[in-house]
Design a protein around this ligand. Sequence first.
Ligand code: UDX
Length: 468
Amino acid sequence: MAMIALKCPDIQVVVVDIAMPRINAWNSDTLPIFEPGLDEVVKACRGKNLFFSTDVERHVAEAEIVFVSVNTPTKTSGLGAGKAADLTYWESAARMIADVSKSDKIVVEKSTVPVKTAEAIEKILNHNCNGVNFQILSNPEFLAEGTAIEDLMKPDRVLIGGRETPEGQKAIEALKDVYAHWVPTDCIITMNLWSAELSKLAANAILAQRISSVNAMSALCEATGADVTEVAYAVGKDSRIGSCFLNASVGFGGSCFQKDILNLVYICECNGLTEVANYWKQVVQINDYQKSRFVKRVVSSMFNTVSGKKVAILGFAFKKDTGDTREAAAIDVCHGLIGDKAQLSIYDPQVTEAQILRDLAMDKFDWDHPQHLQKPLNPVDTTKLVSVVVDAYEATKGAHGVCILTEWDEFKKLDYKRIYEGMQKPAFIFDGRNVIDVAELRKIGFIVYSVGKPLDPWVKDLPAAPPS
Ligand code: UDX
């Protein structure tokens, strides 16, 4: 919305939310999320044509176009638990729009939703509001966190789906006009509603599939002595495949990939497409396998036990340049190591101690729920086994092992000699993001494990099957 305000000075944008602290933060000097470049955009427009308010009903009533961006977490109970999208927030937003509307509106689905959600929303809107005409559009967002501003400035494409009626087409044109302020019109694709809704799930599933494919290869590389970086480079040089999104890692995270694939799986199952559902499920299963494989590597390399040993965790966010930890691989890896009674010392440049402790006290299903729904901290595990520190040197001091779980640039530039000197010997380093120079670190004296790279003899010679 900030980008629309920046690029369309003729349009008044009001962002509304029922959460007062969040809106207050958007109106303050410290924005509630860290995103490179966002501060500048918000500060350039705020108070001119960009406003943040908790007066939801008034602003929705006044608007011509309403973008709905409420969250759609995975359902945690009832029918489809663990897979289907929970549309509670969407439904209550639609009911509120119906209640307050006195004039015709275009309602835009911005949140990622299951295919055919627009149909349900249309029914809620049209059965609850007399005399007002609603057009529903699907306009999925493809920005990635950490590069949101760049992605919004120059999107690969903007997708707009709508009804194939004259009114539907008119609504599509109205939204197209907004984006046409800065996006070349040949990058604005229009289609039917269901195609637009499905395209978003399909794009995320196929992106995640690339990572699971390369991660599956990384296991085979470790077993054979091949190097996954070389393999991915060679494979990506094929212009039909391309080089992006082929970095092996400890596993993908983020608020979208797993949620959207599980959602896709559920839609396939509901349509009786068991084979298709199983195919996509495997992408998530390989991701879980990759995380547990990493934990096993750590434990088996460190003489089959990490109990009571200090292990430094460098990086907790699901990727660099964000403070977001939703579905971060670090959460699962830390849980695995805590299960083996490791003493964790965690450092991330953007994630607060409170967030880390909250994430580690969560049950798996709770993670993508709003904070007020989350369980209180589990004081036993968190205070006994986890400490959160302010830099990488403190985290690694006296540690037996170091795990790099987010690819923050600063981890490439650390003084590893100093880190080595401060650690217990033998000093292990497990690079879950392939950011360090393996040869250089081995020269210093580290025993190094890097995902999908030829194994250090120390790592290799240890028993392959760790304790379960
Ligand atoms: C993703 C999609 O890219 C975006 O289009 C969609 O709108 C939302 O979901 P995001 O979750 O912000 O965006 O991050 P993304 O850059 O896609 O990374 C997702 C995860 O995959 C991260 O944990 C990242 O570290 C991991 N990843 C990415 C890899 O492990 N290897 C890669 O090659 C690329």
